[in-house]
Every structure is written in structure tokens, then in C-alpha cells.
Design a protein around this ligand. Structure first.
Ligand code: AMP
Length: 540
């Protein structure tokens, strides 16, 4: 017997229509590429998304055709999120920080038909367009009068003239909720990038889950600043969760330096921000010298890389901002775990609570996880045994777009992360499996070693890598960037490790560097660091 409830497919268009109808006057504020502030409402955003849908129809785009973007977080990008997916096409967000060759490769692989780009990326598009064989239409995300006369890009038109004459109403099509809605290529440190192809169903379920109180806790009372880019994994789904709840949205555009982010948080009364640790490092570095305070910020979600304890402590103790440590990946839409405490933790001391907050958190309903050994046998949840982290659920990939092999193992997706899980279900990442340091048959977590270094007041950033050792296979060394105007010697930093970790885990050496190479999504590029240090010799 089937249930007798209405059967409505979960479609992305329903999110923006809900927001327009029930939170029509809630604001969306954007810092534009030009530097000025643009503000309007969900009602207006919905109207312009419908204009986008008409404009795509006018180009003759077929169902499921790919529309690419090279854009910062802003209102026009938001309209494309809805206009493209809502009308049945696939939004392909491209990471502008990728190498131009890789961008052209990705556009060809995805068979993009249209490319919409922010004017900051005009030189990039000029450099790659001749190599993008499938792109027929180029749209610059600007007003008509901001479009330079001769760009060399065939048929280039401004977004405003493209959608301007289109009607503001549109009959969003109804179709199978498993239809593809958007796609994102993994940052891929080796080989070609691979694409996760999200569906309307997976994105909508993910948006629901993300809004839960123990997850990102998104509400109509919030003003949310996603510093996490809309060009990577849909800004952790915030553009969808915000519409689902009617939260005010504040988009930072290209200005992600500490000063700009701080000013936007204060001016727009942001209650809630989300981003990777490097962004928050810039914000804290900006705030500290002048003794600046937050007047409205209450929570920040930090993920994408391990959040150092020193950062959680600084937000919590110095600024009264709760840090929610999150873990996920492109292949997981991206949310997998989030670290919020349980009722039973109320009686714990602050120190004990902090130990839990440092973990990557517990699974969200919709994500199941396990750790396994090399033979695929499930390992115990004792908080000590580490193994390969496997996940499954309705917003986790089944296969890559045009993928050649089945990525799953018995229905589980291998994340490539190594983790422990404790009896309460809290998962802690110890490393990427390729970054774990294997010393004398034991494993050393590079994340643990980095966390201790960045707790030193003179250290801005630290990356731990393993160096080949004749006796121990590998030994850790730590590459360190000092804070401007501060100093620490090799000996002082090594002494700082005493008592904070087992003696055999203390790095063999400290290498001071000007910068640590970062990848396209702001993560430390250890492959590149290893190349830079290829002539390095361990002491002794
Ligand atoms: P991406 O697909 O580019 O978003 O990268 C996903 C990878 O980033 C994960 O597999 C982890 O290795 C890493 N990652 C994401 N969040 C965290 C976190 N909170 N702590 C440690 N590593 C993380």
C-alpha cells in the first residue's frame, strides 16, 4: 500500500519560490566587484532568476545543458544558481583559482555551452576562450555600460542586457528530482580534476539537513555571511539553506581580506559566518592589534581544512563567538559532520568541552560513516583506533561525471581521510591518507603536529610533512611561516612541543618559509611543499 500524501519532486526552483513568497522582504546584500554595496530582497532575486530562465530559453539551451560560472559570491551568481538549475539546466561553478589550462580542460570536459563571469575574470576568459570548444555564449556579470568595447571575446554581452528585456514570471518546469542540478570539479592535486554531479534531490535534502539546529542551524533570524566561495561545492549549500529558511544573506564579493570581512560583518549585523581557516586567520590578524570587537557575530562554521585549536579558542575566549567545526568534501555536497556538543556534555569542564570541539564532529542524519582497516574490516569506535573513513548517503556521490571506474567499495565512498570515531560518534580526522607520516611502524598525524605549532604566538601558519629517513622510514618536519614582526627560533619551537605530544612525534626539524603554497580551495598544497623542499636534508 502506498501512502496517500502529495508527491512533489524536491526541486531547487521551489526554494527560491518559497523564499520569495514567505520571506519576500528578507535582504540579500552583496559587495560588488566594483567595491560598492548592492542590496535587494528575495522577492527581487526570484524575479531576476526567472528572467535568467527566460534568457536561457532564448539562447535555445536544451534541458541538462551546462551553464558555467566564474564568479565571486554575489547576487547575480545567486540568481544563476536558481535560474540555471530551476529551468532544468546544470550549473557548473568553476574555481577561478585553478590553472587556466585546467579551467579550459574542465569547461571542455563538462561541455559547457554558456560561461557567465565576473569582470575580475575578464583577462582569464580572454586567455582561455579560444580553447573552450563547446562554449557558444559569453555573459559578463555587469551592467551594460561596464562592458569594455573590444574584449576579443565573440558575442560577449552584459548580464543586465541579457536578462533585462525578459519577463519576471516563469513557469518553472516540473521534472524528476534526480535530474542533475549543478556540478563541481574536485581541486585534484594530481591528475585531472573529477566532477561531482549534484541532483535537485541531493541538493534539497542537503539544504534541509544543513539548516538543522545541530548542523549549521540556519534561521530566519540570522544574517549569514558565506565567505566560503559559491564556486566551490555550492558554498557548502548556504545559498539553498538560506532560501529554505529566509535568512538574510550577505555576500562578500572578491574582498575577503580581514578588514573588508570585518567591516561587512559589522555593517550588515552578521550573526553567522562560514569559511575556511585561512580566511578567519586573516580576520583575527586584522582585529587583534586594534582591539576590535564583534557586535552581532555569534557563530562561525569553520571547515575545509582542520581548524587549529588556537583559532577555536581565540573565537570562543576572546570574542565570544561559537566555532562549529565542520568536515566534508566536494563528493559529499559537502557536509558530512559538524561538531556540536550533546546534552550530556553540559557538566564537562571547559577544557573537556574544548577537546570535543576540536574534533570534526558527529554525522548528520543522511550521512553514515565508518572506519576500516586495510582489508576493509570495520574498526571500533573507541576514539583511538584510526582507519580509512568511508561514507554513504543520499548527497554523497555514486560515481563521478563521465567517470571510468566505480569509486564505491561495497556501496561506501572512500573519503581518502584517516580518522578515529569515539563511542559518542564524534569523528576526528588525523590526516589525508597520503599525508600521514609513517615513522618506525607508527603513524603520526600531521594535523596534530601543525596544531601545536600554530598555538605558538609567533607562528602564522605551519605545515607538517614526512621526510624519508633511513631508519624510521619517515620523520616529520614542520615548515613554518612567522607572524609579521614576530620571531621564534628552531630550538624554541621544538622546545614548545615538549609535553604537548609524545617525544617520538616531535618534528626532527623546523624550516622557516615565507609562505606555504595553497591550492585552489585554500588548502595547504603539501605536494607542492614537498617539491619545494626536494633538496632538503634531515639533520644528522
Ligand atoms: P574538498 O573536496 O576540496 O572540499 O576537500 C575535502 C577534503 O578536505 C576532505 O577530504 C578533508 O581531507 C579536508 N577537510 C575538509 N574539512 C576538514 C576539516 N574540518 N578537518 C580536516 N580536514 C578537512
Amino acid at each position: 500500500m502506498l501512502g496517500l500524501m502529495q508527491n512533489q519532486p524536491l526541486l531547487i526552483s521551489s526554494l527560491i519560490e518559497f523564499a520569495a513568497r514567505h520571506h519576500g522582504d528578507a535582504e540579500i546584500v552583496s559587495r560588488r566587484v566594483e567595491g560598492d554595496i548592492h542590496r535587494y530582497t528575495y522577492r527581487e532575486a526570484a524575479r531576476r532568476s526567472r528572467q535568467v530562465a527566460h534568457a536561457l530559453d532564448a539562447l535555445g539551451l536544451a534541458f541538462s545543458d551546462r551553464v558555467a560560472t566564474l564568479a565571486w559570491n554575489g547576487y547575480r551568481h545567486f540568481e544563476l544558481y536558481y535560474g540555471v538549475s530551476g529551468s532544468g539546466r546544470v550549473l557548473h561553478t568553476i574555481n577561478p583559482r585553478l590553472h587556466p589550462e585546467q579551467i579550459a580542460w574542465i569547461a571542455n570536459h563538462a561541455e559547457d555551452q554558456v560561461l557567465c563571469f565576473d569582470m575580475s575574470f575578464l583577462p582569464l576568459v580572454q586567455a582561455v576562450h579560444a580553447k573552450c570548444a563547446t562554449i557558444k555564449h559569453y555573459i559578463a556579470l555587469c551592467d551594460a555600460d561596464k562592458l569594455p568595447a573590444d574584449t576579443g571575446i565573440p558575442g560577449l554581452q552584459s548580464y543586465e542586457s541579457w536578462i533585462g528585456g525578459q519577463p519576471g514570471d516563469y513557469d518553472w518546469p516540473t521534472f524528476d528530482e534526480n535530474t542533475a542540478s549543478s556540478m563541481c570539479y574536485t581541486s585534484g592535486t594530481t591528475g585531472h580534476p573529477k566532477a561531482a554531479l549534484y541532483s535537485h534531490r541531493s541538493s534539497t535534502l542537503h539544504a534541509y539537513a544543513a539548516a538543522l539546529p545541530d548542523v549549521m542551524s540556519v534561521s530566519a533570524r540570522d544574517a549569514i555571511l558565506p565567505v566560503v566561495p559559491m564556486f566551490h561545492v555550492n558554498a557548502w549549500g548556504i545559498p539553498y539553506s538560506a532560501a529554505l529558511t529566509g535568512a538574510k544573506l550577505v555576500f562578500p564579493g572578491p574582498a575577503m581580506d580581514g578588514k573588508s570581512v570585518y567591516e561587512l560583518i559589522e555593517a550588515e549585523k552578521v550573526t553567522y559566518a562560514a569559511g575556511v581557516p585561512t580566511v578567519w586567520q586573516m580576520l583575527l590578524t586584522h582585529m587583534k592589534p586594534g582591539g576590535l570587537r564583534f557586535s552581532t557575530l555569534r557563530r562561525t562554521v569553520i571547515g575545509g581544512s582542520a581548524c587549529p585549536p588556537a583559532m577555536i579558542q581565540a573565537f570562543n575566549d576572546d570574542y565570544g563567538v561559537e566555532v562549529l567545526h565542520a568536515w566534508g568534501m566536494t563528493e559529499m555536497s559537502p557536509l558530512g559532520t559538524l561538531c556540536t556538543l550533546k546534552n550530556k556534555h553540559d557538566s564537562l569542564s571547559e577544557e573537556e568541552k574544548m577537546k570535543i570541539r576540536l574534533k570534526q564532529g558527529r554525522a548528520i542524519y543522511g550521512v553514515d560513516m565508518k572506519i576500516v582497516d586495510g582489508a576493509g574490516k570495520e574498526l571500533p569506535w573507541d576514539g583511538k583506533t584510526y582507519g580509512d573513513l568511508m561514507v554513504k548517503g543520499p548527497w554523497i556521490i555514486r560515481e563521478y561525471y563521465k567517470g571510468e571506474s566505480d569509486p564505491l567499495v561495497d556501496g561506501w565512498f572512500p573519503t581518502g581521510d584517516v580518522a578515529t570515531i569515539n563511542a559518542d560518534g564524534y569523528m576526528q580526522i588525523t590526516d589525508r591518507s597520503k599525508d600521514v607520516i609513517k615513522s618506525g611502524g607508527e603513524w603520526i598525524s600531521s594535523i596534530d603536529i601543525e596544531n601545536i605549532a600554530v598555538a605558538h604566538p609567533a607562528v602564522l601558519m605551519a605545515a607538517c610533512i614526512g621526510m624519508t629517513h633511513p631508519k624510521w622510514d619517515e620523520r616529520p618536519i614542520i615548515a613554518v611561516v612567522k607572524k609579521p614582526g614576530m620571531d621564534v627560533s628552531r630550538e624554541e619551537l621544538l622546545a614548545f612541543y615538549e609535553g604537548k605530544t609524545a617525544k617520538w612525534q616531535i618534528p626532527d626539524d623546523v624550516v622557516f618559509v615565507d609562505a606555504i603554497p595553497l591550492g585552489a580551495t585554500g588548502k595547504m598544497l603539501k605536494t607542492r611543499l614537498r617539491e619545494l623542499l626536494k633538496d632538503y636534508q634531515l639533520p644528522g
